[in-house]
Design a protein around this ligand. Structure first.
Ligand code: DON
Length: 566
């Protein structure tokens, strides 16, 4: 018998990693979201005969009630769908208010005003969720609108038991500081300075009333009338420029999903104004060209290649912005010749310093339009195989911190996703370019990357929260699934790494690298840093035989569930 010693040594060199409980499998549809109550709402809607869109919208609205740090009516997001064989992408990203100005976050000397794009309503973009969720349902939903809104309204009116996660999030020092700044927010979320106790019943009558009107009258119930007036009043009182007219003028946009192929699968993700899909497509293209699948699964070669590919995709992100002002289009950045050039530039033994990696050289240099946080993700598949990947956000936890009395929801701080001052990193350390400067009505560049993929009868929907880590961590889950054949839960569990061009640093989760691999990466020129900052990915899977499964990232508070479990 051959000695098992070499195998044993390889196994010992693997990063410490343990799988959580396997994903549940069923036959009647699946939902994965950041909160068990929200997942339960989605599953109920599927049981009641709703399709994947009904369930996704109901889950998103439930998150606005039970997961207020990110679930929202006062934010925005993106959804990618595959329904009845048709692909679609809805952009309900926030826009800059009409009163926004290019230099609104700078002082008279041109220096960034501290926290102005993060704290308080000056940081808020025009919410896209009320019109966006309605539009998703209007086009593709099956159950009556009021039926889809009703579970969230009930949770707000009758209350829900405060989870340990919500309590801890409200108690966290940084969040407390933000929430205590605004009397309205303090009164609602930290009465007497304390969050509601774990297990206590939390009712939100203002939000229940808003949801009741939304159920009866659609988005105008929020974007006009009393709720919109309450938003304008709160914004004005705390130094914002957001008006009721901004809310009334907001429109979501159907976009052509970004499609590409990788490792034998077809993928559809979000086009601009999100950079998420381009980053996924480019990076997968580079990895495929460099034969990622043939490299040993664990060890420096793969980690090096991944870091180098991401470094290059994020350099190109610098050119991106709202489709009307972007300096490169998705088609240009995903062109096979460009991907091949990027792949060739990678030195397998040496990290290229980011200072030497320039964005795509063909970029438009003028203002001429080119041709052509806190976030949460949820994924749904129904019994017919329709899929929805939906990511929605307030940007930072609890957005700008202002909870609007009389409307019952938080306003986002999405304006920080613009390049608010030349060279200034945003909340996620991203340095962004001219294409993403603030202008009225413009959509700020995002990194969110809801994605759907399929091969024959098999399909997945996934995505995550986590700012710039959304595309990098979603990508690694995809590689685990498509290249290495991990089970759904194992693919989410594995430790991950992150590179975003600038800062020139490789961030790794604590268990991601063995000491030998870390040393080898450092030898190749990478600055390695341990980081707990992570995306939280939620995924559903339709197996080739039609059964479905759902799984949530073990780093978060979410849960996957199925209808008609095995
Ligand atoms: O759109 C974006 O890329 C960011 N506003 C997402 C923020 C986020 O994921 C925060 N979650 N940790």
């Amino acid at each position: 018998m051959k000695s098992l010693l070499p195998l044993l040594l390889v196994l010992l060199a693997l990063p410490a990693w343990s799988a959580s409980v396997p994903a549940p499998v069923g036959t009647g549809g699946a939902v994965a979201s950041a909160d068990p109550l929200a997942t339960a709402v989605g599953l109920d809607i599927l049981r009641a005969g709703g399709n994947a869109v009904d369930a996704a919208v109901a889950t998103a609205l439930a998150l606005a009630v039970v997961y207020p740090e990110a679930g929202n009516l006062g934010g925005g997001g993106f959804a990618v769908l595959r329904i009845k064989g048709e692909l679609a992408a809805l952009d309900f990203r926030e826009t800059a208010p009409a009163g926004a100005r290019r230099d609104m976050y700078l002082d008279a000397a041109g220096k960034p005003l501290e926290n102005a794009s993060l704290v308080g309503p000056l940081a808020a973009g025009v919410p896209g969720s009320p019109a966006g969720l309605y539009e998703l349902h209007r086009r593709y939903g099956k159950l009556p609108w009021a039926r889809v809104v009703s579970p969230a309204q009930r949770l707000a009116a009758q209350g829900f038991r405060v989870s340990r996660h919500l309590y801890d999030t409200l108690s966290n020092e940084e969040n407390r500081k933000l929430l205590l700044r605004f009397p309205e927010t303090r009164g609602r979320w930290l009465p007497a300075g304390q969050p509601p106790a774990v297990g206590s019943l939390l009712r939100q009558p203002e939000l229940a009333a808003t949801l009741g009107r939304y159920a009866a009258r659609g988005p105008e119930a929020i974007t006009t009338g009393a709720a919109a007036a309450a938003v304008e009043k709160a914004s004005r009182e705390h130094g914002g420029v957001l008006t009721a007219a901004d809310l009334a003028a907001y429109r979501p946009a159907w976009r052509t999903p970004l499609t590409f192929a990788a490792f034998g699968w077809k993928l559809a993700s979000m086009p601009l104004p999100s950079s998420g899909g381009v980053i996924l497509g480019q990076t997968l293209g580079i990895l495929e060209k460099r034969e990622w699948g043939k490299l040993p699964r664990f060890g420096a070669d793969r980690d090096h290649l991944l870091a180098e590919a991401l470094r290059r995709s994020f350099a190109d992100r610098f050119l991106l912005g709202d489709p009307a002002t972007t300096r490169a289009t998705e088609a240009q950045l995903l062109a096979p010749e460009w991907i091949a050039r990027r792949a060739e530039q990678i030195d397998p033994q040496h990290a290229t310093p980011s200072a030497q990696v320039e964005p795509w050289p063909g970029a438009a240099r003028t203002e001429t339009p080119a041709a052509g946080g806190e976030t949460t993700h949820l994924s749904v598949v129904d019994r017919d195989g329709n899929l929805v990947a939906l990511t929605t956000t307030l940007n930072g936890l609890f957005g700008c911190g202002l909870w609007v009395q009389g409307a019952g929801f938080f306003l986002n701080n999405e304006m920080d996703d613009f390049a608010t001052a030349p060279g200034k990193p945003n909340l996620f350390g991203l340095i962004q370019g001219e294409a993403n400067a603030v202008a009225p009505g413009k959509r700020m560049l995002s990194s969110m990357a809801p994605v759907i993929l399929w091969k024959g009868q098999e399909a997945y929907a996934l995505g995550g929260r986590g700012g710039s880590r959304i595309p990098t961590h979603t990508l690694q889950v995809l590689l685990n699934l498509l290249v290495d054949g991990d089970s759904l839960q194992a693919a989410l569990d594995r430790p991950r790494l992150h590179h975003q061009w600038l800062p020139d640093r490789l961030d790794v989760e604590p268990d991601a690298l063995s000491p030998e691999t870390r040393a080898e990466l450092e030898r190749r020129g990478h600055t390695v840093q341990i980081s707990q900052v992570t995306a939280k990915v939620h995924a559903v899977h339709r197996l080739p035989d039609g059964r479905v499964e759902a799984a949530s990232d073990p780093r978060g508070s979410g849960v996957g569930g199925v209808v008609d479990p095995e």
